[in-house]
Each structure stands twice: as structure tokens, then as C-alpha cells.
Design a protein around this ligand. Structure first.
Ligand code: NDP
Length: 235
């Protein structure tokens, strides 16, 4: 049966690959954007800024009217704002937390309400290997991504008895606009630490997400699934 799927930040990068993977399975897929519109035919583009609760509420209304209650939520929207601790302003720290972590809280809270009524649902949070390993210059980002793990695991405990799972995908380095910003020197340094010696393609992250949202993963909850070419092994 076609499910109602929402991918935040599904207008580009990893989110778009995730949205396409659900669409290819025959699901009804909505993606959020902040002004770019629907990325392509077949995907329902809804305007939504995850830092704004009213915007999140309006997006869910629009999606529910078109596709029914959200059964699969992929909290993927995220930003970086890198700098070393002593140069990092409180605004830079808070903005990244507000988007990556509190943003996931805002969407998960609305989605969970509908899922509790249906007594089924899948919550998937896009974290990062950096949340577990840490990364110089990314204290804000790493804190937000580590926070998602505690958040997801708490939801796994709160909502599990109602047939709702909450899991995390932790990608390593994926070829997108986000990693394009890194210097060539930093890219080489990273690749030297990845056992598979390459970046991930966004589609490889999408496969992990669709698995966690699938019937085959019905007994998987509170898990952190790395898609990092082995970079984070041991965490
Ligand atoms: P991109 O920079 O390519 O895309 C980021 C997405 O997040 C865009 O769709 C953007 O929307 C959306 N977004 C940002 N801020 C907001 C907001 N306030 N409200 C709603 N949407 C917002 O990033 P990636 O595709 O690379 O990353 C996607 C996720 O994967 C992020 O959570 C990132 O942290 C994570 N990740 C990425 C890795 C990588 O190597 N690329 C590695 C590990 C994790 P808009 O187009 O409107 O700006």
C-alpha cells in the first residue's frame, strides 16, 4: 500500500535521493523546501522552515490534505556553520542546534500525533558519523547530530508499544552541496580515513532509510545505522 511519506529538506542532496527512493517504491512522497518549489514531478513540494513551528504545522496540514496522515517521517533537513570553538558565536551554535535538532523535534512531534492515532509509523532521523566521532570546527553540528541519537532513542521507548519505530541513519561523507564547501585538502584528509576510500552517493544513504522504513525492519528500533564506508567503526 502506498504510504504517506515526508522528507524534510527533500528538495535536494541526500533528502532528494531519499524522496526518489520512496517514490520508486510507489509511496506518496512530500518534500519540504524553502522557496525552491517541487524538485520534480511526482513529489509534492511544501514550503516549510523547520525552525518555525507555524510553518511546520501548515506543511503537515497541506500534506495530510493531499496524502493523508504522515506514516513515514524522514527528518533530514540540516545545516552546518563551521568554525573553531573560540570563534563560534552563541548565535552560530544555537542556529545549527535549532535547525538540526529542535527542527527534528518540531516535525517529529506533529508526525507522532498522527502516528499514535494510526498505531503505526516510522521515524527516521538523519544524523552523521560526526555526531559520534566529533570533528574540529563542528562543535555545533556534532552536538546537534549526537543529540538526535538520544532524541530518537527516547522516542523509540515512548512510542514503541504503539507500533512506531524511531531510528537513526549516520552517514559519513556524501557527495552533496554540503561537502562541496570543504577544501580539497580536507577532502583528501577525510578520504584517507575511509576504509572504502570514496564518498557515499546520496542513493546509498537512501537505501538505508527505505530499509528502516520497510516492513522488513519492523523489529528494528532505537538503532543507529552507519552508512559511512567504515569511517566510524568502533563507535
Ligand atoms: P544539503 O546542504 O545539500 O541540503 C540541506 C537540506 O536541508 C536542503 O534541502 C535545505 O533546504 C534543508 N534545510 C536547511 N535548513 C532548513 C530549514 N531551516 N528548514 C527546512 N529545510 C532546511 O545537505 P545534504 O543533502 O548533504 O544533507 C542532508 C542531511 O544529511 C543533513 O541533515 C546533513 O547534516 C546530513 N549529512 C550529510 C552528510 C554529507 O556528507 N553531505 C554527511 C552526514 C550527514 P533549502 O534547499 O531550502 O536550503
Amino acid at each position: 500500500m502506498a504510504r504517506s511519506v515526508l522528507v524534510t529538506g527533500g528538495n535536494r542532496g541526500i533528502g532528494l535521493a531519499i524522496a526518489r527512493a520512496f517514490l520508486a517504491q510507489g509511496d506518496k512522497v512530500a518534500v519540504t523546501h524553502r522557496g525552491s518549489g517541487s524538485p520534480e514531478a511526482g513529489l509534492l513540494g511544501v514550503t516549510c522552515d523547520v525552525t518555525d513551528g507555524d510553518s511546520v504545522a501548515a506543511a503537515f496540514k497541506e500534506i495530510e490534505a493531499a496524502h493523508g496522515p504522515v506514516e513515514v517521517l524522514v527528518a533530514n533537513a540540516g545545516i552546518t556553520d563551521d568554525t573553531l570553538l573560540l570563534r563560534m558565536s552563541e548565535e552560530q551554535f544555537s542556529r545549527v542546534l535549532d535547525t538540526n535538532l529542535t527542527g527534528a523535534f518540531r516535525v517529529a512531534k506533529v508526525a507522532a500525533r498522527g502516528m499514535l492515532r494510526m498505531r503505526r509509523g516510522r521515524l527516521v532521523f538523519v544524523s552523521s558519523v560526526v555526531g559520534m566521532l566529533g570533528s574540529p570546527g563542528q562543535a555545533n553540528y556534532a552536538a546537534s547530530k549526537a543529540g538526535l541519537i538520544g532524541f530518537a532513542r527516547s522516542l523509540a521507548r515512548e512510542l514503541g508499544s504503539r507500533g512506531i519505530t524511531a531510528n537513526v541513519v549516520a552517514p559519513g561523507f556524501v557527495a552533496t552541496d554540503m561537502t562541496d564547501q570543504l577544501s580539497d585538502e580536507r577532502k583528501q584528509e577525510i578520504l584517507g580515513q575511509v576504509p572504502l576510500a570514496r564518498y557515499a552517493q546520496p542513493e546509498e544513504v537512501a537505501s538505508a532509510v527505505t530499509f528502516l522504513a520497510s516492513e522488513q525492519a519492523a523489529y528494528v528500533t532505537g538503532a543507529v545505522l552507519p552508512v559511512d564506508g567504515g569511517l566510524g567503526m568502533g563507535h
